[in-house]
Design a protein around this ligand. Sequence first.
Ligand code: MRU
Length: 344
Amino acid sequence: MKPLQIRNQQLVLLDQRLLPTQVEYVTCKDWQAVAEAITDMVVRGAPAIGAAAAYGMAMAAASLKSAAPAQFAAGLAEAAAGLQAARPTAVNLAWAVERMLNVARLHQGRDVNDVAALLWQEAEQIAREDVAVNKKIGEYGAALIPAQARILTHCNAGALATVGYGTALGVIRSAAAQGKKISVYAGETRPYLQGARLTTWEMVQEQIPVTLIADNMAGFLMQQGKVDLIIVGADRIAANGDVANKIGTYTLAVLAQAHKIPFYVAAPVSTFDLCLQDGSHIPIEERSDRELTHFAGTRIAPEGIQCYNPAFDVTPAALITAIITERGIIEQPTETAVAAVVGE
Ligand code: MRU
């Protein structure tokens, strides 16, 4: 279940738009194709788009090997801007591109061939680290999961949303691997259905019992006492612990508070944006009306209406029981608690 692979120095992406009914791959031959694949959601999930963008930068550098140093720098800057603009909310994208640019800056003045090789290594390092980081998040997070737990998750924060293993689903994987009796409720995650299509698919492959629910059923489930805890991923976390994640996350956090159910967020340090004081500054992507007016290619809403389709929402830190990172757990996140774990 690898969302991204390298073959002949080209990025091969598992086409997540088609899962679970078709398993097909899209090969990206240059950074422009990588940017397009991110915008079109061939690859999605904050850490996965970060790693894909890092390879996009490495591919841009490889194509500029015979360029003069100034041209090389200009070409990389162009790729960086194009990749960063591919999607606005997940900060992992900008983080990965910036990390690649830093390597180029650090080795400025060296033979461009050498710099291109170093950039390729850096992209590989970002990809490798992501899996290791997720396993660490899994380890920390599993300690929070009781011996028997019915866990509600939203969207897909699994292997498909990362380079491997996953964040929220990584915690679930780790807890299951420790022998805990886990069952998962996957919210379908309208309108793009990452929960119905991707999270359920991952859980089936892991043989972890999974029950699909429509998003609007979550409150009733909690009222019936069927949910022991909620765990989700994140796209960007502000300095005060406010979390941007897939639209519908905030609703679940409010419901969790009303029902006194723990609400956990699992995310790597690369998802924190300490430059933003709070979540109100996080840019929220708005997607096409078609995701609401059509279902599986068929129009389901009348012509002549208006649609509003924000892809993410912001959950205030006060509603979050803990944020699980690879450096440890931030309990009852506040600016001080975040800085203690994530600050430089
Ligand atoms: O629009 P998507 O599918 O890219 O949104 C993904 C999410 O919101 C995930 O929960 C988040 O990126 C964390 S993935 C480990």
